[in-house]
Design a binder for this molecule. Structure first.
Ligand code: HEC
Length: 95
């Protein structure tokens, strides 16, 4: 029993150290966990699939996506991100 507890604690610690985080610039509108969108009531980024978040971020970065009429605003936050930062958001928020 003790060994099992120690093993699960180790697994949890490993899991969290590998967890990606979204850039701090997103938290003001989406929360650190992507659970809200202060400007669009029906948008909950952390309920999206990993593929959908990746596609959305690419669209905003390219300036071609405008889902709720605020695409230009999101483009301003998406454009400075590196591919690695976009992957971090996808891993942190995506299902
Ligand atoms: C000033 C507020 C604000 C900030 C900061 C912001 N966003 Fe957004 N985000 C929005 C708005 C508004 C939309 C809807 C855009 C549209 O009309 O397509 C949106 C849409 C999104 C979507 C798509 C949501 C959906 O419902 O399809 C994702 C994913 C997203 N943002 C991720 C991010 C990430 C990652 C960052 C940080 C790099 C970020 N946002 C920073 C306001 C913000």
């Amino acid at each position: 029993m003790k060994k099992i507890v120690i093993a699960s604690i180790a697994a949890l610690a490993l899991g969290s150290s590998l967890m990606a985080a979204a850039p701090a610039s997103c938290a003001g509108c989406h929360g650190a966990d992507g659970s809200k969108n202060t400007m669009v009531p029906n948008s909950v980024p952390n309920k999206m699939s990993k593929a959908d978040i990746k596609a959305a971020m690419s669209g905003y970065k390219a300036g071609t996506l405008d889902k709720y009429g605020k695409g230009a605003l999101m483009a301003g936050f998406a454009k400075p991100l590196t591919d690695a930062q976009i992957n971090d958001v996808v891993e942190a928020w995506g299902k």
